[in-house]
Design a protein around this ligand. Sequence first.
Ligand SMILES: [Zn+2]
Ligand SMILES: [Zn+2]
Length: 209
Amino acid sequence: MKSKATLYCLLLLVAFACNTKKQNEITIGIQAFGSIKSEIVDSVSKSIKEVYGFKTILLPTQSLPKKAFVNIKSPRYRADSLLRILKFQQPDTIDFTIGLLDKDMSTTKKDRWGNVLKPESKYLDWGVFGLGYRPGPSCVVSTFRFNTADKILFYKRLKKISMHEVGHNLGLPHCNFSEKCVMRDAVETIRTIDQVELSLCSKCKRRIL
Ligand SMILES: [Zn+2]
Ligand SMILES: [Zn+2]
């Protein structure tokens, strides 16, 4: 009886070890789309290492997929379609993929029950900075809506939005613990992103690292 219990514990331990990769064993692929600059890709890669301690791999640049293109309010790429495309093309050697583009991106904004927010004309094709599965294997960030002539501010925004979306992939919800946490909900304004720091608060950190 005792040996059976020992064996069971051992099996549990093995299962736990398989599911729990160490931080430095997790790999994020960075997928540059279209004409996105290499400085942008490098900056996101660097902050993934700094904030999460994950390895990064730069995937060969792809043109933006035509099937993700819509022209409802204006010419845009659907973030939800890009997420799915990244998920299906993700190689086994990669745990997560972040897609980066400089064209405008949109999604349908829904409430927690899955209903489109009102007015539908506003939220059916809602422009976004970024979107990520929670949890899941992929996220996307578009620089289009937060671009600014102030390059320092631009790179701060890029890093914060990218780390926020990676946080969602790891299972983190929006943070109500700290005003400065990168997982705070942007609530439809870039000002929120400018107020947070490029880091997770201690509670969010404990949830994933
Ligand atoms: Zn979010
Ligand atoms: Zn937090």
